[in-house]
Structures are given as C-alpha cells and as structure tokens.
Design a protein around this ligand. Structure first.
Ligand SMILES: [Zn+2]
Ligand SMILES: [Zn+2]
Length: 366
C-alpha cells in the first residue's frame, strides 16, 4: 500500500512529502486511513532533534481515521470503523495488567520506530523509515498500527475534534480526573493554557473543585480559559511574583497545581504556592537533565505531593468517557482546534510553536 507521508529526513530540516510503502497488516495489526492528526509539541521536539528518534522518520501521534483493513486476529474493529489512535501498550507487562497502559514498560512500542521484531512498517525507496512513533506516525495518509493502539470512536464526532483526544486531551483531562482528583471546594491552578492545560481546565469543571485558576502569558488564551470554566486567571507576563499571585488567587495556597508549561522557572515559582496537603502534577517536560531543588522540610510538614503524569494515566474506558462527555456538550474540545490541510503542515507546526493556535489539526482530504 502506497501512502504520502511528511518525512523528517534530519533534525532541523523542513518536512518533505514523500511516497512511502506501508507494510501489509499482520494478524494483530490494523491499517488505518488517516483523516485527521493533531500536532503536539513532542512531534516538534523530535523534528528539532531535542528528543531522539530514528531519522529519516515519520512522526505524528494524535491520529484519527477509518479502518482500511485488519489482520486475521483483530476482533475489536472492522474495515470502515471510525477510530481514534491512542498511546501504544503491550497488554502484558505489570503496568498494563494493573490498569495503567500509559505506563507500559515496553518503550520500544513508543520510540522503537519499527515492529518489536525489528521489521519496518514503512519503507521509502526500499529503505526502512522510522515509524510507529508513539505507536502511530500519523503524519501520513495511512498508518499501520497494533490493534491495541486503535479505539473505536463514535461516528458523530468530527475527525478533527476526535484526533487530539489521543494525546493532548487525555493528558490534561486524565491528570485532573484520574490522578490529582480535586476534592470539594478545593482550588485547581493550571499552569499554561495550551491544549493540555485547557483540557485540564475543562476536566476540572467536572469536579467539585471551587476555584479554577488559569495561568498563561497570552490574554486571548486566558479569555478562552474563562469561557471554558476558569473562575480566575493570572497573566504571568504581568506579575513578577507568581508565588504571591497564586497564593492570592487561591486564598492562601493551591490544593492542586497542574504544570503544563515545561518551564522549571514556572515550576519553581509555583511550588511554594502549594497548600498543605496539596498536590502538583508535572506534565510539561523540560529538557532532559534539568533539575529543580526541593524545599524538603516544607514538603514533609505540609504533606505535599509532586508527581509525574504520563498521558493522564488514561485507559480505553476513560477515553470513551471523554468522548461521551464531548458529545453531551460537557467537554468542548472543538473550542481548541484549528484545522489545516495536510500540505500546510509547516504552517500548522509554526502556529503550534508560536502559540498562536492552541491545537492545530491536520486534515487529510480524500
Ligand atoms: Zn503528544
Ligand atoms: Zn505493557
């Protein structure tokens, strides 16, 4: 099967549209015709060489599409089904078996670039191209993925809105609903009002938390955060003391802080604003090796938690619940999305990088 993919040939180089050959589905695999793919900062980091991945390679990990064909052992989807592509998992390791597939202990499923047996999923001019990026490589008109990486989706969610559920949306919403779980009348502070932060805010409106505070430096984003349910906003560009601003807005300290900015400077400023018994979830990843020193005594005496969160610790039932909430009008992901035709991928990336657009989504015309 031939496909057109946006190939990253080397770090820092512009993407090139190339014809690639997609392998035939094996027993447990599903060939998906990609109809939409969100752009996430992890894709951009790979292309900039900040995160290692085999190159030439095809990234993209917020795909949605239609099942084209399935291997002989596939039981959960059929050709013609609309599907969301999700984080890959093996189904057999300890995290997978205990309900945490986002923590699957087989990293080669996410970063290996090939099947686990080393065979290529994509080739170009007869040579292997790294694919299966985060289980997907959705910057391509077709993606060959494992059955566990597809989730049947309701037909009435438009593809461009569906696509980001697989990473940005589940990451922000899951951090709040699965991990940090704000309690009645608590305060939730979301650092960074990008796609992950906005998803965290929308999720927090579904909890008994009383105050939802969005922190960002872009006034338009703060305005949208308010429309989506934030009760207060802090413009980080207008305050020189973020710690005091958060304490002020929360009446003394934040019960829950969701860190999505990937800035250790922001993290350092927010940490002292955590209330006793409070929890901070770390989602935005700074450069590898970056460190932050901890006020250990305050953390102990205040019984505070700091925890890293991957993909919102999401599961298939959780994603199904989010999709249902969206259809019921209680989780308006559509407010975050702006679409670009696939051939405008460079523009979409630039708009993601500059922060002009919250969630750029590529659409693939038939
Ligand atoms: Zn992502
Ligand atoms: Zn696993």
């Amino acid at each position: 099967m031939k496909a057109t993919a946006a190939v990253c040939e080397a770090a820092g180089r512009p993407l090139r549209f190339r014809e690639v050959e997609v392998a035939e589905p094996r027993a447990t695999e599903v060939l998906v015709r990609v109809t939409a793919s969100g752009i996430c900062h992890t894709d951009i980091s790979i292309m900039q060489g900040k995160i290692p991945f085999g190159l030439p390679g095809v990234v993209g990990h917020e795909g949605a599409g239609v099942v084209e064909s399935v291997g002989s052992g596939v039981t959960t989807v059929r050709p013609g089904d609309k599907v969301l592509l999700v984080s890959p998992s093996c189904g057999l390791c300890q995290p997978c078996l205990t309900g945490h597939p986002a923590l699957c202990a087989v990293p080669a499923l996410r970063w290996g670039g090939r099947r686990l047996d080393g065979t290529a999923v994509l080739t170009m001019d007869g040579e292997p191209v790294a694919a299966r990026f985060l289980g997907q490589s959705s910057f391509s008109t077709y993606a060959l993925v494992e059955e566990r990486t597809v989730l049947k989706a309701p037909g009435d969610i438009s593809d461009d809105v569906l696509a980001p559920f697989g990473c940005g949306v589940v990451t922000g919403a899951g951090a709040v609903l699965n991990v940090l779980k704000p309690q009645p009348n608590q305060s939730v502070v979301v650092l960074g009002a990008g796609a992950v932060g906005m998803s965290a805010i929308m999720a927090a409106t579904l909890t008994p938390a009383a105050r939802l505070i969005a922190v960002d430096m872009v006034p338009e984003r703060l305005a949208l955060a308010e429309e989506l349910g934030a009760t207060d906003t802090i413009n980080g560009a207008e305050t020189d003391d973020l710690t005091a601003a958060i304490k002020d807005a929360t009446g003394g300290g934040a019960n829950v802080i969701v860190e999505t900015t990937a800035s250790t400077k922001v993290l350092r400023s927010a940490l002292p604003a955590l209330a006793r018994g409070g929890a901070m979830g770390l989602i935005g990843a700074p450069a590898a090796g970056e460190q932050v020193s901890l006020p250990v005594v305050q953390l102990i005496m205040g019984a505070m938690r700091i925890e890293g969160i991957v993909m919102g610790d999401g599961t298939a039932p959780f994603l199904q619940a989010l999709m249902r909430l969206h259809r019921d009008g209680r989780f308006p992901v559509d407010r975050l999305v702006r679409t670009y035709p696939f051939d405008r991928i460079e523009q979409a990336m630039a708009d993601a990088e500059s922060g002009k657009v919250i969630k750029p989504v590529l659409t693939f015309g038939a």
